[in-house]
Design a binder for this molecule. Structure first.
Ligand SMILES: [Zn+2]
Length: 283
């Protein structure tokens, strides 16, 4: 082809030049982009001047083209982004590490708590609180029973969080039995109840206040509220309080939560005078 240099086989920018596709009015070549594979034709003039570039929209987005088009501001931004990503990654790693450490710590703490819980629920508690003035106190068994009963009521009236149920009372009393303590004042009841509560050893938690549930009729589609029933007085039953050895009223709710043993003690199926139970340390 005289006068025209055949460009076939050359590469201009990313374009590999293939066969000439037309000669007139100006020579054109088939070109294939070596980066994205896009095929098109390109004029000899542009190929020769070096102006020919791949025009495929997705070509070289992340490649040389972008780097060439990079302005200093863009470059700074990209550096800042990379920096921020690195920082985030580091922070995330720190957080994950901390979470693992916390989990380990929590696991250890819960192991320790389980050990203490097991010990104070079965053995004397090394940390049992005894009011200093009572350490060497002496009283008769009857006096002690009376004192304990009065002090229990003082404790209960000062500690509304404590749910005064037979189960909770029994748990507190058994704690003192394990610790060989017979003369117990309000402070000691409080310390014991809190210690037991701390390790979730009190069987009965104070129930959350029950919200009145409006009743609706199911027959009539227009919603009618039934009149609230007047609150009936809770049914009570007179029994023996094992703590004081005296009679007191038990609500139906309390009775419902009693163990067979509590029930027997309270309602005289096996009449047990608390004062007659084994007492060792009273002198
Ligand atoms: Zn391309």
């Amino acid at each position: 082809m005289p006068g025209i240099a055949d460009l076939s086989g050359r590469t201009v920018n990313t374009l590999r030049v293939g066969a000439m596709t037309s000669r007139y009015p100006a020579p054109k070549y088939a070109v294939v982009c070596s980066r994205c594979g896009a095929r098109t034709t390109e004029s000899q003039a542009k190929l020769t001047s070096g102006a020919a570039r791949c025009v495929s929209a997705g070509c070289g987005r992340d490649g040389i083209r972008e780097a060439i088009a990079d302005t200093p501001a863009k470059a700074r931004q990209r550096e800042a982004d990379a920096e921020a990503a690195k920082r985030r990654e580091k922070e995330e790693a720190e957080v994950a590490k901390l979470a693992r450490a916390e989990a380990t710590l929590a696991e250890t703490a819960s192991k320790v708590a389980r050990t203490i819980r097991e010990r104070i629920s079965t053995q004397p508690d090394d940390e049992v609180f005894v009011t200093p003035e009572l350490r060497d106190a002496k009283m008769s068994r009857d006096e002690a029973v009376k004192f304990d009963g009065e002090q229990f009521r003082v404790f209960a009236s000062r500690n509304s969080w404590f749910h005064d149920t037979p189960g909770n009372r029994r748990t507190v009393l058994e704690y003192f039995q394990r610790n060989r303590l017979e003369i117990i004042d309000a402070q000691m009841f409080e310390a014991a109840a809190k210690r037991l509560a701390e390790f979730s050893l009190l069987p009965d938690e104070r129930p959350a206040p029950v919200l009145a549930k409006p009743e609706t009729t199911t027959v009539n589609l227009s919603v009618e509220r039934t009149e609230p029933q007047p609150q009936s007085r809770p049914e009570t039953k007179i029994g023996i309080d094992p703590l004081t050895g005296r009679e007191r009223e038990y609500t139906r709710w309390e009775v419902g939560r009693m163990t067979a043993d509590d029930f027997a003690k309270a309602f005289g199926l096996r009449r047990v005078d608390y004062a007659g139970s084994p007492v060792r340390s009273i002198r």
